[in-house]
Design a protein around this ligand. Structure first.
Ligand SMILES: [Zn+2]
Length: 126
C-alpha cells in the first residue's frame, strides 16, 4: 500500500521519555550523545520504518533501522554488535523526534534494492 509522503509525516507521537523507557537510561544517554554530535547520517523513512547510517566505534558507519508502530517503537535492528535496542537506534529516534524534516522520504521499494546483501535485513536498503 502506497501512502503519500506529504500526508504521512507524523506516524505517531513519540517523546524522549518513550525512547528512554524503550532503551533504558544508560543506552539512552549514550544515544543522545551520538545524536548531539551529529553521528546520524542520511536518515530516511519509508512508511513507519526509519533508517540511517550512524557513526560508531568502527570506521564504517553502522546501519540502523527502527520500525514505529501505532503504540510506539515496534522494533529496531542495527549492524553493530549489540544489534537490538542500541544507542544507534536511540540516536536515530532522537533525530526523528527533533529533526523529522531531515528524513528523506522513500516512496516505494524501487530505491531499496541496491546495496550488497552483506546482511539479510539490509538487502532492501537504498
Ligand atoms: Zn547499533
Amino acid at each position: 500500500m502506497k501512502q503519500s509522503p506529504k500526508t504521512d509525516l507524523t506516524p505517531l507521537q513519540l517523546t524522549e521519555a518513550d525512547i528512554r523507557h524503550w532503551a533504558g537510561p544508560a543506552v539512552f544517554s549514550r544515544g543522545r550523545a551520538y545524536f548531539a554530535h551529529g553521528n546520524v547520517l542520511d536518515p530516511c523513512r519509508q512508511g513507519n520504518t526509519l533508517r540511517a547510517r550512524c557513526i560508531g566505534s568502527q570506521p564504517q558507519p553502522y546501519r540502523v533501522e527502527v520500525e514505529l508502530g501505532p503504540t510506539g517503537i515496534f522494533s529496531s535492528f542495527c549492524s553493530c554488535p549489540v544489534g537490538l535496542h542500541c544507542k544507534h537506534a536511540v540516536a536515530l529516534l532522537l533525530t526523528w523526534l527533533h529533526d523529522p524534516a531531515d528524513f528523506r522520504v522513500l516512496e516505494d521499494l524501487e530505491t531499496y534494492q541496491i546495496l550488497p546483501p552483506e546482511c539479510p535485513r539490509f538487502q532492501t536498503w537504498g
